[in-house]
Design a protein around this ligand. Structure first.
Ligand SMILES: N[C@@H](CCC(=O)N[C@@H](CS)C(=O)NCC(=O)O)C(=O)O
Length: 201
């Protein structure tokens, strides 16, 4: 059985929990409180030298970190990952966008705000992070104005990757009210079979 090292408030971890649940694949959850530095201890660094969750233990001693890499691994050969060559590349395109333009702004601000970690140095970065986060939401909203899901009109791991931190962006102070297409898409993701909320292990 897969073992998932995770932290329940984490959107990156939630991506993996959501896909495993939607695939109907059982897994063992090992929660590590990142606010207590548990992923920076030698025993975890031996599993993922980058010291971060999510990390999936595929079989004894075989560890795969990085949420989107884990999604790729789990979704291969399933309805969550297209077979068409261009659509596969488009899934990768949106997952790269998520990691470079979306998550570092939207997820980081949410983490600082919800965990009361707004040091003066971070406060000074807030405006820029918020502006970059809103720019990412603009791109998503424009794309979704013409389609139901990110790639090929089908729910895929691109949607899971982007949903994870978008649906909780409000916790970081992002106002989603002006993003009608984006909000409709959030509802469509929520309506998918075997959907679970971020708080569920
Ligand atoms: N690019 C990685 C980011 C992973 C990441 O930043 N994980 C955070 C929680 S969301 C973490 O483990 N932080 C603990 C730490 O850095 O000590 C992914 O997508 O999995």
């Amino acid at each position: 059985m897969y073992r998932l090292y995770d932290f329940l408030p984490s959107g990156n971890g939630y991506k993996v929990r959501l896909l495993l649940t939607q695939l109907g694949v059982p897994f063992e959850l090992v929660e590590l409180d990142i606010t207590q530095g548990l992923t920076r201890r030698p025993e975890f660094l031996a599993k993922n030298p980058n010291g971060r969750i999510p990390t999936l233990e595929i079989e004894a001693g075989v560890f795969l970190p990085e949420s989107n890499a884990i999604l790729f691994y789990l979704a291969e050969g399933t309805a969550f990952f297209p077979v068409d060559r261009l659509e596969r590349a488009q899934v990768l395109q949106w997952m790269c966008f998520e990691q470079y333009s979306h998550e570092p702004n939207i997820a980081t601000v949410r983490f600082w705000v919800t965990h009361d970690l707004l040091t003066p140095e971070r406060r000074a970065q807030l405006d820029q992070k918020r502006a970059l986060g809103y720019a990412a939401l603009d791109v998503m909203d424009q794309h979704l104005a013409k389609r139901s899901f990110f790639v090929g009109e089908r729910y895929s791991i691109a949607d899971i990757a982007l949903y994870a931190y978008t649906h909780v962006a409000g916790e970081g102070g992002f106002d989603l009210t002006p993003y009608a297409a984006l909000r409709d898409w959030l509802q469509r993701v929520r309506a998918q079979p075997r959907y679970i909320p971020i708080t569920q292990g």
